[in-house]
Design a protein around this ligand. Structure first.
Ligand code: ADP
Ligand code: MG
Length: 286
């Protein structure tokens, strides 16, 4: 007879016991834009690594992209993921699961990362059918956020329901873009979505900044034209520290290591270290 009652209050009572709340209150930052290949994952991974290693923050990196590039980018430092629950299950199981169920430790002190989850692609469609579909990630972070100082969410390259979940769960959004017109348009679209989330959902989500990535010192004239447009449109939102083009960054990704382990003296490492400092300063000021 007991099996008749599988939902409702019984589940609620069970889930409340699963994790003890910690004593932290993470600031949650989505790394998002509508275009792929502009450095979202590279930025999320290296920012997370620097914030943990150089600034002693407890950091959780959430990989919301079905391609699982955060895990590949950190493959050499991630601990054994056996027994962890994929994020799509955390989001869609109405048993009160927490993102902590998906979080794996790494060799970098203070840095945890959710396991790669190829099922996130299919989950997108199922999320769309849920009641309160944009609140799933927020709810699954309720206890999780009390265990970290910072949570970074690496988003898929679109404005779908996973990205919407990331934005609604976040306090801030960081928008990477390179200087190509399509990337700038993609960033603009994402910023537009942020404004809609604020207005329609009465949400306090703030733009932490736009970070210019893959900046190539050789194409100065084109860069200058695009820079002018960007500065006119986004002004103070553009972070001082840009990320120069540096092949060491893609080599590090291939090797499955943060840039600081792979090539600590490279330009890419320097730029991401500076970016982490600037991001922390902004977080303290806002
Ligand atoms: N500053 C950079 N210099 C050189 N290559 C970069 C830089 N940033 C990213 N890349 C490379 O560009 C590709 C796309 O970057 P990625 O971070 O995966 O983008 P996204 O997550 O937006 O799709 C990857 O191969 C990555 O190694
Ligand atoms: Mg990516």
């Amino acid at each position: 007879m007991r099996d008749l009652i599988t939902s409702g209050l019984r589940k609620l009572v069970k889930s409340e016991e699963r994790y003890q709340p910690g004593d932290r209150h993470a600031q949650i930052v989505s790394v998002a834009t509508v275009k792929g290949g502009v450095g979202k994952t590279t930025t999320a991974v290296n920012l997370a690594a620097s914030l943990a290693a150089d600034h002693q923050q407890r950091v959780l990196l959430i990989d919301l992209d079905a391609q699982g590039h955060c895990s590949t980018s950190l493959a050499s430092v991630v601990d054994d993921a056996a027994g962890h629950v994929p994020l799509s299950e955390v989001l869609l199981d109405d048993d009160g699961r927490e993102v902590l169920d998906a979080a794996v430790s790494t060799a970098i002190d203070g840095l945890h990362i959710t396991v790669a989850d190829p099922d996130l692609a299919d989950a997108e469609g199922r999320i769309g059918q849920e009641i309160g579909k944009e609140l799933l990630l927020r709810d699954a972070l309720e206890v999780t956020r009390t265990h970290y100082d910072l949570i970074l969410v690496d988003c898929p390259p679109n404005k779908g329901d996973l990205t919407l979940n990331a934005l609604v769960a976040s306090d801030y959004v960081l928008v990477p873009t390179d200087l190509s017109p399509l990337a700038v348009q993609g960033a603009d679209e994402l910023l537009d979505t942020v404004m809609k989330v604020r207005r329609r959902l009465d949400h306090q989500l703030q733009v932490l900044g736009v970070v210019l990535t893959r900046v190539d010192g050789r194409t100065v004239t084109i860069n200058e034209e695009v820079r002018e447009t960007i500065d006119d449109a986004w002004g103070e939102l553009v972070l001082d520290q840009h990320i120069g083009i540096n092949t060491r960054l893609s080599q590090a990704q291939l090797a499955g290591e943060p840039i600081f382990e792979h090539a600590p003296d490279s330009r890419g490492a320097r730029h991401y270290r500076e970016l982490a400092t600037e991001v922390l300063e902004r977080l303290e000021q806002i």
